[in-house]
Design a protein around this ligand. Structure first.
Ligand code: DIR
Ligand code: MN
Ligand code: MN
Ligand code: MN
Length: 301
């Protein structure tokens, strides 16, 4: 299998600079070497970058609809969608490195062209199902899954291809512990299969992953994993912009990833919200590389 590493070096979806350095932090933590040791052929497509002048000087401007860095997010994701689409067209597995989670607008837009029923596993402390009315922050990294389902700003919903990219019945949320009221309402109204941290602790992550796969494998023709490192506990992954206590451990996440590897069904991945400027050394990127290793088949014995 050929993996394409696509660096999505954006910080526009939230206010803190440094998450745009996440792709390079993951490279320095040994991502490519690890993937090659697992037998994959790897092509690093380099970084898609935001405009650094804008990032440093004009970062954090809101549009009339309270959306932060709206034009920058839209332009960035249009370019990213094209790169991801090209990788899938070439038969590669796109591994999209963040960057903040707003990049999933572009990754899902590029991928969804290739599937009728794209399944999405959203491994995160947050649902990322806000729109400009329900968002407490105006940060677009709290909205990409909602936008991909067709709610919110029309230009973002119709980015790259017109219309929604994902159906709510093809989504599974895992690790949830910081959902806004509007997001809870959307989850209930659309019956989205959701495993909160309480569910994970009650059932165990292995059972959660089994039920997640049972929900998706028959009806979905592709399975995208969108993994926000804040899904893990901040003791594991401190280098991230919106940490939430009470999260998944590295060992639970490794188990989750090896169950996904065993399923042989995952077709693309986002690995997002690593911010080396907030980190303890480069610890968070190191953990993220271990997570990717388990997804791509690293075994403990
Ligand atoms: C919050 C935080 N729900 C918001 N979202 C984050 O701003 O919409 N997502 N941090 O990863
Ligand atoms: Mn489609
Ligand atoms: Mn999150
Ligand atoms: Mn997220």
């Amino acid at each position: 299998q050929n993996a394409h590493i696509i660096g999505a070096a954006t910080a526009f979806g939230q206010p803190r600079l440094g998450v745009d350095l996440g792709p390079d932090a993951l490279r320095y933590a040994g991502l490519t070497k690890m993937l090659k040791e697992l037998g994959l052929s790897v092509t690093d497509k380099g970084n898609i970058k935001g405009n650094f002048e804008v990032e440093a000087e004009r970062h954090n401007i809101k549009n009339d609809d309270n959306l932060l860095n709206y034009d920058a997010v839209k332009d960035f994701n249009t370019i990213l969608a094209g790169a991801v689409d090209a990788s899938v067209s070439n038969g590669a597995f796109p591994l999209i490195l963040g960057g903040d989670h707003s990049l999933a607008i572009g990754s899902l837009a590029g991928i969804s062209r290739h599937y009728e029923n794209l399944g999405v596993i959203w491994y995160d402390a947050h649902g990322d199902l806000n729109d400009s009315r329900t968002s407490p922050s105006g940060n677009i990294h709290g909205m990409p899954l909602g936008i991909s389902c067709g709610i919110g700003d029309a230009d973002l919903v119709n980015l790259y291809d017109a219309g929604p990219k994902v159906k709510p019945e093809n989504i599974v949320l895992i690790g949830m512990r910081d959902l806004d009221e509007g997001e809870k309402q959307y989850i209930h109204d659309n019956d989205i299969l959701t495993f909160t941290m309480t569910d994970v602790k009650m059932m165990g992550i292995a059972e959660v992953m089994k039920q997640a796969l049972d929900h998706l494998v028959e009806k979905c023709d592709g399975l995208h994993l969108s993994l926000d490192v804040d899904g893990l506990d901040p003791m594991e992954t401190p280098g991230t912009g919106t940490p939430v206590d009470g999260g998944l451990s590295l060992s639970e996440t490794q188990l989750a990833m090896s169950i996904l590897n065993d399923s042989d069904r995952i077709t693309s991945m986002d690995l997002v919200e690593v911010n080396p400027l907030l980190d303890d050394g480069n610890k968070t990127a190191g953990k993220a590389v271990e997570i990717a290793a388990s997804l791509f088949g690293k075994k403990q014995l």
